[in-house]
Design a protein around this ligand. Structure first.
Ligand SMILES: [Zn+2]
Length: 287
C-alpha cells in the first residue's frame, strides 16, 4: 500500500521504534525490500537518490515500477517512496512523477533560504498528500573523494525548520554517509537530545545508518530518531554475495550464467540485511 511517510513515522515516534529507509537501485533491490517488509509485517520507506533515479531512467519509471510491484506482489504493509537528498528542482520532479514523499536538502543554503524553500515545498507537498523531510546541518561523507566528518546541527535552527510543518527532520549529529572512518568520534547524543527537547513530537531522521553500532542505534531511537536511512550496507552485502557466486565459479556451471541466477545471491543478501535492520530498528510487526 503506497502511503506518505507521515503516519508511519508518527506511529514510530510514539511507539519508540524506527522505520528503515532502504535506498533502491533496480528491480531486484526494490523487490527484495518490499518482500522483506511484507514478510516481517513492517512499514518501509524506499529511498531514491537523484543518481539512482537517473540510473533507472527517471523518477517516473521508479514510481511506476514501485506502484506496479506493490500491486503485483500484493504488498499490504505501508510503503512510502521517498526522494533522498532532493534539490529544489528534483522535489518538483518527484511530486510530478508520483512519489509519496520527498526530502528537500537545503542544508547547503543559508538558513533563511533553506527556510523559504522548505516552507514553499511543505505547502505544495501537503496540498498533494505527500510527506516531506528537511535537513539541518550537513551530513558528512564522501563527496568528490573527500570524506568529511559529520557536523552537528544547531538545535535552534532545527526548531525553526521543524516549525515549518515538515513531517520529519534530518539533523546532523556526527553521522556520515558511506563507511565510517576508523577515527570516527561516534554520534553526538548531546546534540540529538537538545534537538529533541526543542522539536518535541517531530520524528527525527538518522542518515548514514551503515556501520553505526547497534547500541548507538538503539540509543538514538530512544532519543527520538524514528527513521533510519540504510544505503551502503545493502550495496556491500549485495556485492559480497555476487562476488562469492562468481569466485566460486558458479556462473561457469550449467546455466549459472543466467542473469536471474547471477543476481539471486545478491538479492537474498539484501533481504537478509533489510531483515536484520528492521529487527534492530524495532519495526517488525508494526505495519
Ligand atoms: Zn542522507
Amino acid at each position: 500500500m503506497l502511503v506518505s511517510a507521515a503516519e508511519m513515522l508518527k506511529k514510530a515516534k510514539a511507539g519508540h521504534y524506527a522505520v528503515g529507509q532502504f535506498n533502491i537501485n533496480n528491480l531486484e533491490w526494490t523487490k527484495a525490500v518490499l518482500t522483506t517488509a511484507q514478510e516481517l509485517n513492517s512499514p518501509v520507506i524506499l529511498g531514491v537518490s537523484a543518481g539512482a533515479g537517473k540510473y533507472m531512467c527517471g523518477f517516473k519509471v521508479v514510481a511506476d515500477m514501485v506502484k506496479a510491484m506493490i500491486e503485483s506482489l500484493n504488498i499490504t504493509v505501508p510503503v512510502a517512496i521517498h526522494l533522498d537528498h532532493g534539490t529544489y528542482e528534483d522535489c518538483y520532479k518527484c511530486i510530478k512523477a508520483g512519489f509519496s514523499s520527498i526530502m528537500f536538502d537545503g542544508s547547503h543554503y543559508p538558513i533563511e533560504e533553506n527556510i523559504a524553500k522548505t516552507q514553499e515545498l511543505v505547502n505544495v507537498a501537503h496540498a498533494l498528500g505527500l510527506s516531506i523531510e528537511a535537513e539541518v546541518g550537513s551530513i558528512g561523507g564522501e563527496e568528490d573523494g573527500v570524506v568529511g566528518m559529520g557536523e552537528c546541527a544547531d538545535p535552534e535552527e532545527c526548531k525553526k525548520i521543524a516549525d515549518l510543518g515538515v513531517d520529519m527532520l534530518a539533523a546532523g549529529i556526527g553521522n556520515i554517509h558511506g563507511k565510517y572512518p576508523e577515527n570516527w568520534k561516534g554520534l553526538s547524543f548531546e546534540t540529538l537530545d537538545a534537538v529533541q527537547q526543542l522539536t518535541g513530537e517531530m520524528p527525527l531522521v538518522l542518515h548514514g545508518g551503515t556501520g553505526i553500532p547497534a547500541d548507538m542505534i538503539q540509543k538514538a531511537i530512544s532519543l527520538g530518531v524514528s527513521k533510519i536511512n540504510v544505503n551502503t550496507e545493502c550495496q556491500l552485502s549485495f556485492t559480497a554475495a555476487t562476488r562469492a557466486y562468481i569466485e566460486a565459479g558458479k556462473d561457469l556451471t550449467g546455466k549459472g550464467f543466467d542473469p536471474r541466477k547471477v543476481l539471486l545471491p545478491g538479492y537474498e543478501a539484501i533481504k537478509a540485511t533489510v531483515k536484520e535492520k528492521m529487527e534492530l530498528f524495532g519495526s517488525v510487526g508494526k505495519a
